[in-house]
Design a protein around this ligand. Structure first.
Ligand code: ADP
Ligand code: MG
Length: 117
């Protein structure tokens, strides 16, 4: 994720602090989410900055990807956000999206991972 963030055309602050590596399918889904979210930031948001925040919580992990762009992200208007939801559903993860007109946009992802933390 730091690698992907480092190559982003929009600067990304990465703050991920986890007690270890989650199981492979959780890690893969989380990576997919961050890639898609940061692609959206570059393509759609007009943001000057973005941030990725990741923490373990009881029973799983939470990721937030935010940008200070124009807002208005709409899962019905494309395929990427729906793809994230589908990908997460396989591992009982959830996406919640806040993206009011004028911004900011915040994607919050929760992935259950009982024995992780
Ligand atoms: N971070 C964002 N900021 C502003 N608008 C966004 C953002 N992410 C997505 N959008 C809007 O929501 C739509 C749907 O996004 P997505 O499902 O990823 O489809 P796609 O990227 O293929 O267009 C985009 O077309 C864009 O209009
Ligand atoms: Mg997209």
């Amino acid at each position: 994720m730091r690698d992907v963030a480092g190559r982003s055309a929009v600067p990304v602050d990465v703050d991920i602090d986890l007690p270890g590596r989650p199981p492979a399918q959780v890690e893969a889904a989380a990576y997919f989410v961050v890639c898609e979210a940061l692609a959206n930031v570059v393509r759609h948001s007009g943001a000057g900055r973005a941030a990725v925040h990741g923490r373990a919580v009881p029973g799983g992990l939470v990721l937030e990807i935010r940008d200070d762009g124009a807002g208005g992200a709409d899962p019905a208007a494309g395929t990427g956000l729906l793809g994230i939801t589908d990908r997460l559903a396989v591992i009982d993860g959830t996406l919640s999206l806040r993206s009011p007109a004028g911004g900011p946009t915040v994607l919050r992802v929760e992935i259950p991972c009982p024995h992780f933390a």
